[in-house]
Design a protein around this ligand. Sequence first.
Ligand SMILES: [Zn+2]
Length: 313
Amino acid sequence: MSILDFKEIPMPHKGGGEQDKFELFARDFFEQIGYEIHSTPGRGADGGKDLILIETRKGIASNTEVRWLVSCKHKAHSGASVLKTDEPEISDSLRAHNCTGFIGFYSTLPSSGLVAKVESIQGIEHQFFDSSKIEQALLTNTKCLDLAKRYFPESFKNWADENPKPAQIFSDHEPFKCHLCDSVLDFDNRGIVTSWSKYEESDDGLIKKIRNQYVCCGGDCDRILSKRYFTDGYVDAWAELRDYFTPTLYLKAVMAFCNELNDPKIQYSEEAFDQEKSILIKAYPYVCRNLTQSEVENVRDLAMLPQFLGGLG
Ligand SMILES: [Zn+2]
């Protein structure tokens, strides 16, 4: 099922100020994925010239420029595919604009007849971007996410709510990595947070001593690490890393940490204390929104956090 609803982009030729929106979207899209925009869409009939792109291919002796003619067809509102008859003059247009590449940029699909027609044109390159190919490029390329948000605000919001990404809070955001194998641990995999502690008798009764904590993969990595740290009477307790990515559970973890620090019967070692801070800081972008531009200017980087010593290690 598709994620982005191309009907969010208004129908072309409807008058008003937005008749060119699909072409503007195409321009922004190709610019974002690395083409140089040679000419941008103008309003009204333009003899089939929707957009001309320049691709520079780096060679050893010199660079080669490929000029692409982009034809934009926005038929998402009817759902109809783009037919041969919708693209009557591809060869003439390519010649007229001195292009050797043709791109069909469509919010539906090209018909098989159109594909065959384009394939039969001698001496040119061609590409088709249909709705699913465009969608895939938008949602898998971080540079394009802003475009998806701008042109598909409703569908993007629904998608983003279900597919949360860490917010841009720190310029030097570091992902969680397994303490043993260094794999990146994210929403999609089963990382755990393991904490080692033991109870010791003291003058004030039993004291819980927390020695060290780490994040690792569940399963094999957890088992190997458990053997390593199962010493001196310390036992392990663990939580799902993904709990730290859930806003309410994150807050619960912060409150639990505060309460433990205030509890005379619980002692964090210096190592375990720094590790807990590091986990909370690394998890924070997952439960948080992006900064606004003015906030970005006020908060430069992690070094601004008070008493944050020794990096995120
Ligand atoms: Zn691992």
